[in-house]
Design a protein around this ligand. Sequence first.
Ligand SMILES: Nc1ncnc2c1ncn2[C@@H]1O[C@H](COP(=O)(O)OP(=O)(O)OP(=O)(O)O)[C@@H](O)[C@H]1O
Ligand SMILES: [Mg+2]
Length: 501
Amino acid sequence: MELGTVISTLEGPSTTDFSFVVSNNKVRKGHFVQSETEEGLLIGAVTDITRANRYFERAESIAEYERGGESLSKNFPTTDWEYIVANVRVLGVYSEGHLLRSTFPAAPGAKVSIADDKLLKGILGFDENGMLLGQLENHKIDVKVSLNRLLQKHFAVLAMSGAGKSYLASVLIEELLERKPEQGRVAVVVVDVHGEYTGFKSSPEYSSKTTVFEGRKIRIGLGKVSPQILGEFLPQLSSAQKRDIDSVLLALRQEKKSKNELFDLDDLVEKVGSSSMKETTKAPLLATLSSLKALRIFSKSDNPSVYELAQPGRLSVIDLSNIDNMRKKQLLVAYFARKLFTARKKSRIPPFILLIEESHNFAKEKASKQDMLSKSIVEKIAREGRKFGASIGLISQRPVQLSTTALSQANTHIIMRVTNPYDIKHIGEGCEALDESMLKSISTLRVGEALLIGEAVNFPVFVKIRSRKSKKSTKGEEIDVLARKFEELREKKKADVEAFI
Ligand SMILES: Nc1ncnc2c1ncn2[C@@H]1O[C@H](COP(=O)(O)OP(=O)(O)OP(=O)(O)O)[C@@H](O)[C@H]1O
Ligand SMILES: [Mg+2]
């Protein structure tokens, strides 16, 4: 489809940009276009479109003319004078199957047309066997992202609340669960703060591949915990206190091991109580241990085990929606993230992707001593995970609060609608591939639209995320639906009672 003709302007055409006057109003911002040059086929993306009309240039003349009740458009051929100019950023020149850096500008007078679909798929780096996330905006091309390119490193999904982050994450999970063994199946573990992913369990296609671990039943097994990890659970301890509890822990482990038994927090408390350490150390230690105990998440062995959590081609939902205590959530996330990472390093579990919802709560930029617990492991996986096939997907509606270390390790950014200027600025700083025109577009994205940028694609693309197949969990339902259900249930109960009487 022909779109227009390259024009000569003050700035160009240059090797990086050109403009064309539009002959076909179907052109849109974000379109990929092509134009023939001496070097080969120039490929570019429309970064902006402007519309001009001589008749409407002088505000005072128009005001004056129309004051008399006349309309300029009615008496003059104004539409004949309208023209539209599209600005294009050059991506490169396509020659002999490759996209090369452009070293020669487009020719004024040359025709511009919509880029060829087949060509575009290759140029953008889509993978026929990849994960189908949606359709390329303005083009009828499926966006199929290569698993390796997306997961070998890390990715972040950033957007304001309600923009469609969890929806997109669900689409991604569906694609991962549908992979066949010969395509390579990873384990998917999602830290589900609002119980939004439990819907997978009630979706016929995915229920047999999904396990939901209810937060209240999850336990950290102390039986095999190392002094180092115990120390991380208790960041407030002084080094002297740490030393003392370490020796008690090691002695306890030794003793229980010889009897082939495991121990829990009660055993540890008892051992500290009966130990010969100084009273001044003992009392605060006991107090700290009892604060841990109050969380009621410790037991003799892990529930679930890391092997239950990470299985190829399966989804494990860590449902934390019933836990309010932030410290508890952080402890659980930190512990199991570390377990997964260590087990993966030793190849005991398959490669995995750990999706973390509300990740700004688990990897806070301004972290207190308490917050460090989960932050340090998230950052560690983000830094080192790629070597071992341990990948992280950070999902957040507060990018400003998210650890810059973790964020800078994300090689693919999926950005959806954001309107807060501070967030937009922060996203721009954390993602160098984003240019000014794309940054401006972020606030105009609609729900379900995403800008995909970084390692997973060769060039930034706007994607309309596809419809999900899995059921949405009832926890994410709209207020009117919830309200209706509540009343219906109440009516039903009333009717039941009446029937009984
Ligand atoms: N691609 C899409 N197609 C159709 N509907 C969508 C799409 N993406 C999101 N929605 C709808 O928009 C609403 C909000 O989506 P979602 O819950 O994923 O937002 P979110 O970014 O995760 O918000 P929060 O930050 O509050 O968790 C949902 O009701 C969902 O059904
Ligand atoms: Mg969400």
